[in-house]
Ligand binder design. Structure first.
Ligand code: SF4
Length: 183
């Protein structure tokens, strides 16, 4: 199976979720949020096709990664492809974050997107809204977005946000060396 990507895998990111992460930049996004940071990822025919088996090999070869982050673009427009990658990430001990312009409530109405949630630990949901922009939020760009604990949300059938990422960073973030924890 192949997935359409916007760029090569990006290892060692510290801004796309907790810890040290490999980002998978998917290509194609239907939301067209004004002032999107990645407008080059919107075109569904853009980027390039990559074999998922090759992505798995690359993930396996990387050292010192805590997890993968599905970003883009919108990973939810390629849910089956992202599911295969996310499953593999879990198999090799990596956690999975996913950024999407859809809301959690929209995703659970779509069978394929809902299935992807079974392999996502943290979902950052919602469009980027420039009027809600804040530079002091944890792992998101605008106040309407939510950093969601997917397992708890599915169990409780309602959105449960990760408590440590609600609210503002009052002094910016500090990285605790050796612990992979942002405070
Ligand atoms: S959902 Fe994300 S990638 Fe898509 S337009 Fe909005 S900010 Fe850009």
């Amino acid at each position: 199976m192949k997935i359409r990507l916007a760029s090569a895998l990006q290892a060692d990111s510290i801004v796309d979720g907790q810890g040290i992460r490999t980002v998978i930049w998917t290509q194609g996004c239907p939301h067209h949020c004004p002032f999107c940071h990645n407008p080059q990822t919107h075109n569904f025919q853009g980027g390039f096709l990559e074999d998922i088996e090759d992505i798995k090999k690359e993930l396996k070869s990387l050292k010192g990664q805590d997890g993968i982050t599905l970003s883009g673009g919108d990973p939810m427009v390629q849910p089956s492809e992202c599911l295969e990658i996310a499953k593999y990430a879990h198999e090799i001990g990596l956690n999975v974050w996913c950024y999407t312009g859809y809301t959690f409530e929209e995703i659970i109405q779509n069978a394929k997107q809902r299935k992807l949630l079974d392999e996502v630990d943290v979902l950052v949901d919602g469009k980027f809204i420039i009027d809600e922009l804040s530079l002091d939020l944890y792992y998101k760009g605008s106040r309407n977005q939510r950093v969601i604990d997917v397992k708890k949300s599915l169990e409780q059938n309602k959105v449960v946000e990760c408590p440590q990422y609600i609210g503002n960073k009052e002094i910016g973030y500090l990285y605790k060396k050796g612990s992979n924890i942002f405070i």
